[in-house]
Ligand binder design. Sequence first.
Ligand code: ZN
Length: 154
Amino acid sequence: MKEKIQRFDDLKVWKGEIPTWFRYTAGVAGEQFLRALKEHQKIMGVQCPKCERVFVPPRLYCEECMEYTREWVEISGPGYVETYTVLHRDLEDQPLDPPKIVALITWPGVEGGLIHEIREIDPDEMVFGLPVEPVFKKDPRGSITDIEYFRPVE
Ligand SMILES: [Zn+2]
């Protein structure tokens, strides 16, 4: 079949369904991270044995030292809103009421951070540097959404 499309109108569309399935793996470090969320409701990071930097989400190797990061450490204490955005419409362009707040949350002395939803605060009250804590789901499944959302620390 050799057909040269000259005009946009000549494009053909066949509508239908293609049955398929896939399995996503989080990788060695990612799986342990998700397992800690599910089984212990803890956010875990890994520490480089050489430069002692801690990474969240965890990774197998320190990108600076190329050292294998095998030391797991619990990330405790509040995270802080590094930056955030307020979403007023969903992916189908429908209004979100109330609006959703999505933030990059970081921890002092930790490389990286997590992007997650912030609730229990009015968007107008959001500020950079807001201390937040995770609220875990009652029925964890080994997913980043086992953290249901983050909320301001009282
Ligand atoms: Zn390192």
